[in-house]
Design a protein around this ligand. Structure first.
Ligand SMILES: NC(=O)c1ccc[n+]([C@@H]2O[C@H](COP(=O)([O-])OP(=O)(O)OC[C@H]3O[C@@H](n4cnc5c(N)ncnc54)[C@H](OP(=O)(O)O)[C@@H]3O)[C@@H](O)[C@H]2O)c1
Length: 339
């Protein structure tokens, strides 16, 4: 069967290399624009990617194209944008300069604002919102591993429908949604755990097993849920648990939470949120994509989101390596009754 063309993955880190590998192993021509250490690994050793079912696929050098800039990439029919939020505008400007008008670009990024930012930076391109529900860890450049499950989502649009069979063959069937904003907000609610994990400085599983941390996540989510209700946005269900019940689940005593949230806890013991890695490495984090989006949502209805505001301020204030215990984090956010 003829493919609709070549795919360009722009910003091939954890998610980008995984999507690139899955599509290439299904016979799609894929080129990655990535940082030098990733380009070197892909060219010299190829890509090894592990699926959630335990299978590991090795793509020999040369199967995936790789370069540091867009100029060396063959003209793509589809671009998957997989940079982190702070890099979206610069990436969009480069894509706009290099690609023909109308090229299809799917933003497979967290948060709710990246597709609009991308459209502003690249008004000639055909931008769709996407959503990745599962986690991928980059073990080292050229080696990525999927660590949780879920189905990719994308805005429904005739342009992406022609790619549906390629994604399905790649083991990444696309769920097409008329209302991607609801899907993005559903995912964002879950991602409100990321800043808590970044402040805790410990693996995700260990953090989720401490009620004090879960109470903070629940409070951030409850604030966002109230604002979404006022704004008339019904967040979509991204996990088996309806979004409105997430805070109550997280607030349960730990033994009950463990019994009811087995899927949430099915993560490798060493997995951490990448916001924690970004913070430790002194890189910009995606805090503005998450808590910042909740603050902007509040402002859009003339409201405030005080807790998300405080978290937005707290993450960049933390020293590299600084770890906050549950009580200390609650105190810094004013959740312990202190002013
Ligand atoms: N990882 C996950 O499990 C996961 C799950 C769901 C959703 N997401 C979302 O998916 C998006 C990507 O996440 P990720 O974890 O894959 O991030 P990542 O590992 O940091 O990958 C992004 C890569 O793009 C590179 N990059 C940025 N600008 C570039 C440019 N102009 N040219 C070439 N390379 C460039 C980055 O390099 P530098 O770091 O040097 O800038 C980095 O290597 C984020 O929005 C994230 O929230 C991630």
């Amino acid at each position: 069967m003829g493919e609709p063309g070549a795919v360009l993955v722009y910003g091939a880190g954890a998610i980008g290399q995984f999507l690139a590998g899955a599509l290439a192993s299904a016979g799609v021509a894929v080129h990655c624009v990535a940082r030098p250490h990733v380009v070197k690994a892909l060219r010299e050793r190829g890509l090894q990617f592990g699926r959630i079912d335990g299978r590991t696929v090795h793509l020999a050098p040369g199967v995936l194209g790789a370069s540091e800039s867009l100029e060396q990439a063959p003209p793509p029919s589809l671009v998957l944008l997989t940079v982190k939020g702070p890099a979206t505008t610069a990436a969009g400007a480069e894509l706009q300069r290099a690609l023909p008008a109308g090229t299809l670009v799917v933003s497979f990024q967290n948060g709710v604002d990246n597709p609009a930012r991308l459209r502003d930076a690249a008004p000639g391109l055909h931008v769709l919102a996407g959503m990745v529900p599962f986690n991928v860890v980059m073990v080292e450049p050229g080696v990525v591993r999927q660590s949780t499950d879920g189905q990719l989502a994308c805005a429904s649009d005739p342009a992406i429908e022609t790619w549906a069979s390629a994604f399905a063959r790649a083991g990444l069937p696309l769920a097409l949604h008329a209302d991607m904003r609801a899907v993005q907000w559903g995912k964002l609610l879950l991602n409100l755990n990321n800043p808590v994990n970044a402040a805790a400085g410990i693996p995700l599983r260990e953090q989720l097993l401490q009620r004090g941390y879960r109470q903070v996540v629940a409070a951030l989510q409850a604030e966002a849920l109230g604002l979404l209700r006022r704004a008339g946005i019904r967040p979509a269900r991204v996990t088996p648990m309806p979004p409105a019940l997430l805070p109550a689940l997280l607030r349960l005593p730990t033994p009950l939470f463990q019994a009811l949230a087995q899927r949430m806890l099915t993560i490798s013991p060493e997995a951490r949120s990448s916001m924690q890695d970004d913070r430790d490495a002194g890189r910009p984090t995606e805090i503005d994509e998450l808590c910042g989006a909740v603050v902007r949502l509040a402002a859009s209805t003339g409201d405030r989101a005080p807790l998300n505001e405080r978290m937005l301020e707290l993450i960049p204030e933390l020293e590299p390596g600084e770890r906050l215990a549950p009580k200390a984090l609650q105190a810094r956010l004013g959740l312990d009754g202190s002013p």
